[in-house]
Design a protein around this ligand. Structure first.
Ligand code: SF4
Length: 466
């Protein structure tokens, strides 16, 4: 049954002008001034055994860097942060600090607002980046060469640490710009292209090379020509380098396999956000957009579409309690006027040349004999959501085809299996970030990359000793 008639006007919105884009995509966590930072830092209780440190995947000494801000020493504060996390700027801005460090701040036990750790971290690291204050230098040359595949947070952290340890590093990046998720994957109201480019320049000046537009393929057969790209096979890398780090992230967005999903206005969320970031938000979206999914990426795609002027509906097959998006992200979506529709599954995209609507079915929660519950479709409840664009945010594929072709690398449910040193079953190959953990936060990837670099260094020492 049709809920409302199909619309017939121009389905795509004009691209907003620069002033509108700038206003719509203002940062959700704006940078603090020095005085704001000092005042906020002075609230910190500098706890013994600070729970905020325990909650930080990169183990930054948070009370220490906050104390340094309080004493108007942002340079020292940045050094404290970068010692543990060389991507401390992006982590301060894009990490869900509300559920990590700030989520464990003792102020919450007092029913008070937690310390604004993310913005303090962004403030101090920004001072260092903007003034190009460097704390780390290339270590004495070891003669070892390491290839890093992927210039996302894991790859950059790995390359930086390896360079500090004296190894020669080349980072290979398939895209036109380095930065990975920070450059192409997070919402631009969290971290801009300019932020990402400055961070890459700051981190890489320690002395590792980044080769962009170079795609590493498992075999020559994979080298489907893509204009402007150079292709190298994995075996070529193996011949030229003493170790290889895989920081390749996840693959394409998953689509559910329903009729109509190959229409031109149907996107995967990762590809939609990639294009949005690539074109500095200057992309046309449909007047009415439906986003399918209820994770943080779904929220990002929905909010971004809304900021570009679309009327956005987010549909999710389960209940609000089941959604994986953080509560603060869901609130952000509501604030952006995104309509949330639960217990709703897509069954068909309607349209011949263009998307005209998403046919859905309502679901219900049914109790099972074992005490659990299941989601089942309600017969005859089909209805149409008229729309001009559909974005699927229902997860991303793992790059199993690529990994399967790598000698000795084994997988566990599509994720690369590594030991405590982030070494795969092939002693020369290490891995970290989303391809190992299945997709977590930027800070988790940074910690993996840093620790994998130390694992590679230990492997070199042990190999030399034997
Ligand atoms: Fe400061 Fe909160 Fe960390 Fe305590 S838990 S040291 S108050 S930021």
């Amino acid at each position: 049954m049709l809920e409302t008639p199909l619309h017939e006007s121009d389905p795509m919105l004009p691209i907003p002008d620069d002033a509108t884009l700038a206003a719509q995509f203002q940062k959700v966590k704006p940078l603090m001034t020095e005085n704001e930072a000092v005042i906020e830092a002075s609230r910190c209780l500098f706890c013994h055994d600070a729970p905020c440190i325990q909650a930080c995947p990169s183990s930054i000494d948070i009370p220490m860097f906050i104390r340094q801000i309080m004493s108007r020493n942002p340079k020292g504060s940045a050094k404290t942060i970068f010692t543990q996390n060389i991507l401390g700027k992006s982590c301060g801005e894009v990490c869900p600090t509300q559920v990590l460090c700030e989520g464990s701040c003792v102020y919450l036990d007092l029913n008070e607002k937690p310390i604004d750790i993310g913005r303090l971290q962004a403030y101090a690291t920004n001072v260092a980046i903007e003034n190009n204050i460097r704390f780390f230098h290339k270590g004495p040359a070891t003669g070892k060469k390491v290839a890093v595949i992927g210039s996302g947070p894991a790859g950059l952290a790995c390359a930086h640490e390896l360079t500090r340890l004296g190894h020669e590093v080349v980072v290979f990046e398939a895209s036109a710009y380095a930065g990975g998720l920070n450059r192409y994957g997070v919402a631009p109201y969290k971290f801009t292209n300019s932020d990402a480019d400055k961070e890459v320049a700051y981190v890489s000046q320690i002395g590792f090379r980044i080769q962009t537009n170079v795609r590493i393929v498992a075999t020559q057969d994979d080298s489907a020509p893509e204009s402007g790209k150079t292709y190298m096979t994995f075996s070529q890398l193996e011949q030229q380098f003493d170790a290889i780090f895989l920081g390749v992230g996840l693959g394409q967005s998953r689509k559910p396999g329903i009729p109509g999903e190959n229409l031109p206005q149907v996107y995967g969320a990762a590809e939609f956000i990639y294009q949005l970031r690539q074109e500095a938000q200057k992309i046309a979206v449909g007047r009415r957009v439906v986003v399918v999914g209820a994770g943080n990426t779904a929220i990002d795609a929905a909010v971004e579409s809304s900021k570009l002027g679309a009327e956005v509906t987010l549909v999710y097959r389960r209940t609000p309690e089941d959604q994986s998006a953080y509560d603060f992200e869901v609130e952000h979506a509501k604030h952006a006027q995104v309509r949330l529709m639960y217990l709703t599954s897509p069954i068909q995209i309607v349209g011949t040349q263009n998307v005209e609507g998403l046919m859905c079915i309502r679901n219900e929660v049914k109790a099972q004999a074992n005490g659990k519950s299941e989601i089942t479709p309600i017969e005859g409840s089909e209805f149409l959501i008229p729309c001009d664009m559909v974005i699927f945010a229902t997860g991303q594929e793992k790059q199993t085809r690529f990994f399967d072709a790598l000698p000795g690398v084994t997988l566990d449910s599509g994720k690369v299996k590594v030991n405590a040193d982030f070494q795969t079953s092939n002693p020369k190959i290490f891995a970290g970030g989303d391809c190992v953990n299945g997709g977590k936060e930027v800070v988790n990837a940074v910690a993996h990359g840093r620790d994998a670099a130390r694992g590679i260094h230990r492997m070199f020492i042990n190999t030399t000793a034997n």
